[in-house]
Design a protein around this ligand. Structure first.
Ligand SMILES: [Zn+2]
Ligand SMILES: [Zn+2]
Ligand SMILES: [Zn+2]
Length: 160
């Protein structure tokens, strides 16, 4: 059993961990709740983001033949990396095999709101490395090949 974590803002226990659609895990304060109608947190707004355990894949590292793991970063980006690779947060150095493969077509959350519908914006990186800011309600229906949700998009200039 994980230890009960106490909210640093109001000293209430945190609620059980929940998972977002893009694989991030979080624990809200038990004194706070998300109101879907007003789109605001009611009560205490403390949120603890949890580290996501890497998932071992059925693929081998092309460099050293060790198994690969799938890891989701704090920003919802996914990457495949070698399971022998470890990160030491104290010395800020990586050790082991350095093979990393970013999974293309990733989204990052932002603090900005969509000017059209007030939902959060996300930064989407396409498989070709183009970046755009789009509304988090936007989706793609693979069957009808049509965009769904809010259509707000801002292309970001390439940094290179
Ligand atoms: Zn709290
Ligand atoms: Zn490796
Ligand atoms: Zn929108």
């Amino acid at each position: 059993m994980p230890e009960t974590t106490i909210c640093p803002k109001c000293n209430s226990p945190l609620s059980e961990a929940t998972e977002t659609p893009n694989g991030r895990k979080l624990q809200r304060c038990s004194k706070g709740s998300w109101n879907a109608e007003t789109r605001q947190t009611e009560g205490c707004d403390y949120v603890l983001w949890l580290a996501v355990e890497p998932e071992t894949l059925d693929e081998k590292c092309p460099k050293c033949d060790a198994p690969l793991v799938l890891q989701v970063t704090r920003f919802g980006k996914k990457m495949k990396k070698c399971s022998t690779n470890t990160w030491d947060p104290t010395t800020k150095t990586a050790s082991g095999c350095d093979f990393v493969e970013w999974i293309n077509g990733t989204t990052e959350e932002t603090d900005e709101k969509c000017p059209e519908c007030d939902e959060p914006l996300v930064i989407f990186t396409t498989a070709k490395g183009k970046r755009m800011k789009k509304c988090s309600t936007a989706g793609w229906d693979r069957e009808t090949r049509q965009a769904t949700g809010c259509t707000h998009i801002e292309w970001l200039n390439a940094s290179k």
